[in-house]
Design a protein around this ligand. Sequence first.
Ligand SMILES: Nc1nc2c(ncn2[C@@H]2O[C@H](COP(=O)(O)OP(=O)(O)OP(=O)(O)O)[C@@H](O)[C@H]2O)c(=O)[nH]1
Length: 470
Amino acid sequence: MKKRLFIYYFIFIISTASFFGIFLYHSHSQEKNLAKENITLTSLLISEWIKGAFNASDYILRDIIDNVPTTALTYPTNDPIEHARISQLIEKKRQTLPYSNGVGLNDNKCIMTHTPAEVGFDASQREWCYVPMKNPKLDTYVSNMFMSNIGEMMVIQTRKFPDNKGLAGLGLNLSFFSQWVKKVHIGRGGVVAILDRHFNLLARQPESPQALGKKAGSPILEQFMTSQLKNQSFSHTSPLDGTGRLYNVRKVDDLPFAVIVGLANTDWLASWYKQVAISIFITALLWLMGWFILRHYQDILEQKSELEEISNKDQLTGLYNRHMLSKTLEKEYHRAKRMQGTFEVIILDIDNFKQVNDTYGHNVGDVVLQELALLMKKSIRLSDTLGRWGGEEFLIIAPIKDHQNRSSMAENLRTKIEAYNFTTVHTITASFGVTRYQEGDCINSLIKRADDALYDVKKQGRNQVEFRLS
Ligand SMILES: Nc1nc2c(ncn2[C@@H]2O[C@H](COP(=O)(O)OP(=O)(O)OP(=O)(O)O)[C@@H](O)[C@H]2O)c(=O)[nH]1
């Protein structure tokens, strides 16, 4: 029973651990999905902001192209007044766009005709000029980040004049990009960054001025940039700050930029960690409660079996009491009836026991009863039931195989008792009434027959066995 209880407890432990394990596994993937959704939407939002901003600056470029005649795109100029007017005009238009730090015009050979910096500068080696000029189908173009003549990191957006006659370009410094990343809050350990397609870092939140303009690529990013994917989520530990994060990286459609949004694992897992702590607490509590219940149940079982033992046994001799003998008789009776078998009932009574008490005292009488009980216990088979029927009377229920032959058990016992040397009294004898279950018997008739047989033995002089079947 004890072993079975421990098996139940073990199953309980495994079940609760599995339940909370599955629960935590599910809530972990739920939190992860939520975090992924969060960073995916944030990267989409920033990418839409960037696209919107470049659309706005493209309007300014279109406006400039509409208002500047292509004949003005010459270097050196032959009309300084007109040159100054156009320079003023394009500068005025630029000022409508915050974060732009320069506007310029180029002829079809990429020589700068109008610029607040260096008029006549040959930009044919600059990506922002030679790429669109060499590609007639490309009306507008946005460059990767580069270092300008005046040592400023910037990006240039260009739009070509009709018939490839030249182009207008707007320079945007990196604060143009910072404004977007500053607008989003992505947890305490989160990071938002914008890179160009050469993996130059254009903006980062939290700020990291020394990293701006430097390469911030990684094998995962490089693989993503060359893939067909528009956005991708992945887990990664930043080599910059050693923080583990869930990232979403997104290409900004037609522009040469990528937005990276990273949510620190400690942030998106914060509520899950709470669930883990609560689950551990509840599991420990359940296990503890289970343990106490188990121990309590064990105590109850032990007490129950002790009580059963007490209620079934005779206190003086340690043999079964009359109550238990009656139960056993009932059981044997039904078994014999069902199986068409039989069993023997032996009632034995100490001869002249009153004299023992009267001569030696009640305590000696008790010892005699105990010694007799022990002697009989040693003499019966395991399948027999021996008990104290009352006073100095004992009863034995002995299942037997043979219907015909009378067993020698009672006679053997009688001679053993007669021969035994009891403490103080030395010799006692006992009389035996024996019967056997037969068809048509009930328990009362059985007991009565054995009793009658015993009575007759007493009458006939005691210390004998009387076997009776009718
Ligand atoms: N010491 C002791 N004596 C008991 C106990 N139970 C019954 N007796 C005594 O057993 C004796 C039975 O006496 P009787 O019924 O007269 O029978 P007997 O003297 O054995 O005579 P027969 O049975 O006719 O041989 C009584 O003196 C009871 O007090 C017990 O638990 N301890």
